[in-house]
Design a protein around this ligand. Structure first.
Ligand code: ZN
Ligand code: ZN
Length: 476
């Protein structure tokens, strides 16, 4: 845990570290792993792809068992546990203890709820009186209290059955389910979630071994009174014995509540639990189309800084296959290829971008993109016929007649993949006549189409005679 306080981001010296990869000894801040803190899955290291450690989440509860046991040794906690013990001491055993104990149990359970609530926000200090009176959280905390009553009632009923076997089974089941129940209530804000079996198993699976240890701790706490009550040879009077037991049991329950809260905080991303927030106020996790490109760009930045440009190219390239229209991904990919002198790959990439833009109907965008790269690519021209044809028409509209005609004239005359080749030739002939008065060059093109594709030529002429105003004006 010391690590988290001292570690700084490798690339932002003023930012404290948030993610750490022990294999690469790499510490990154939140900016270097954008949006990762709001996602319910592992955060991979940009260099080795293994899951990074969340430095803010702290260590597993069983690493810090001393801290957990010390947690309730504090004034408010001692007062509440002492109160419970006092009630045990002054009321004679039997039904009156139970009746007097109910309000004390309610107060105690509320205090447990406050501890879980606070610990789930990452607090390692026991709540003070102001925390207890926090009105904004009362509703949420009462849901935990209800859950506690159900568990307490079930255990009491099992105890009163008089059968040690029933009691043992009840304690075992309760210990297995209780931590997940408390977590389900934290996530859902409703006490019913505590008894939603699929929910509980999901939580237990997400926490894995940490959950087993938490359930084991709950079993130890739950079994303590049963074991102590059945110890032979009691020397103390029963009520003193019960009082001592209440104190020990109270202290153990508060420690356990803190442990559950800590694990909730550690697993808050995986459990999609917004600490200290009502479910309705929690921000939704970002959509993949939002976080994936942003994270690929951030990872590529780290990879570049670590002189791993090959890896950076793969990172951006993979993200591009999923989000081919993402402007920033495209820009960075082109920059990477240009910086490394990978001209062939850059040409292939620009070709794909132009093709996509034309297919999307963004011909103007395609022309802009091409002009931006033309010089650095030694006057390279797109090879796909459809792209050329559509871009030529756009260039003509922009007044760049020379480039427009050149794109059309260099179209392969026998491209079987392009169905509109005859129209492209006729467009070229029209441009030659209109803009360059080059009848000599236009005529063979027209004849070529009329001979090879007479029907297409007829349709084209019909369309341009009657629907294009400037052509109608032309003969006059
Ligand atoms: Zn950083
Ligand atoms: Zn790593």
């Amino acid at each position: 845990m010391d690590n988290s306080n001292t570690a700084r981001c490798r690339y932002h010296r003023t930012h404290s570290g948030k993610w750490h990869c022990p294999d690469c000894d790499l510490t990154l801040c939140g900016d270097c792993k954008p949006l990762a803190n709001r996602l319910p899955h592992d955060v991979p290291c940009p260099l080795c792809q293994t899951a990074m450690i969340d430095l803010e989440a702290g260590t597993p509860f069983w690493h810090d068992w001393r801290e957990i046991l010390h947690y309730p040794i504090e004034r408010t906690a001692l007062v509440i546990v002492g109160l419970a013990g006092l009630v045990q001491l002054v009321t004679p055993a039997g039904l009156s203890t139970l009746l007097a104990g109910l309000p004390v149990l309610a107060i105690f359970l509320y205090y447990v709820a406050v501890i879980i609530d606070r610990s789930a926000c990452g607090s390692n200090a026991a709540p003070d009186t102001a925390d207890l009176a926090d009105r904004s959280r009362i509703d949420a905390r009462l849901e935990w209290v209800k859950t506690g009553f159900v568990y307490a009632g079930a255990l009491l009923a099992a105890g009163m059955s008089g059968s040690p076997l029933i009691l043992a089974v009840a304690i075992l089941l309760a210990a297995m389910a209780l931590p997940a129940s408390l977590m389900a209530v934290a996530m859902d804000g409703k006490f019913k979630a505590a008894f939603d079996y699929p929910r509980l198993t999901t939580i237990a699976r997400r926490l894995g071994m940490d959950y087993n240890l938490l359930a084991a701790a709950a079993l130890v706490v739950g079994a303590t009174p049963a074991v102590v009550f059945h110890l032979p040879g009691l020397l103390l009077p029963t009520f003193v014995h019960a009082t001592l037991l209440t104190l020990v049991y109270g202290w153990a329950c508060l420690s356990l509540a803190h442990a559950v809260g800590r694990e909730l905080f550690r697993y808050r991303r995986e459990l999609e639990f917004g600490a200290g927030e009502d479910p309705i106020d929690r921000p939704l996790p970002p959509k993949p189309a939002v976080h994936e490109p942003v994270q690929a760009l951030a990872d590529a930045r780290v990879q570049m800084a670590e002189q791993r440009s090959d890896q950076a190219r793969v990172t951006i390239g993979e993200a591009l296959t999923r989000y081919p229209r993402n402007r920033e991904l495209n820009r960075r990919f082109e920059k990477l290829l240009a910086a490394e002198g990978r001209i062939t790959e850059l040409k292939n990439h620009v070709e794909r971008v132009l093709h996509r833009k034309v297919a999307d109907g963004d011909v103007a965008g395609a022309v802009d993109h091409w002009q931006q790269h033309r010089d650095s690519l030694d006057g390279w021209e797109p090879r796909i016929s459809a792209t050329r044809h559509r871009m030529a028409l756009e260039l003509e509209a922009r007044g760049d007649h020379r480039t427009a005609v050149r794109l059309l004239l260099s179209l392969p005359k026998t491209d079987p993949r392009y169905g509109r080749l005859p129209e492209a030739c006729l467009d070229a002939a029209r441009m030659l006549e209109e803009h360059f008065a080059d009848q000599a060059a236009a005529e063979p093109l027209r004849q070529f189409v009329q001979q090879r594709f007479p029907a297409r030529a007829a349709t084209w002429f019909e369309k341009h005679e009657f629907s294009t105003p400037e052509l109608q004006k032309q003969p006059g």
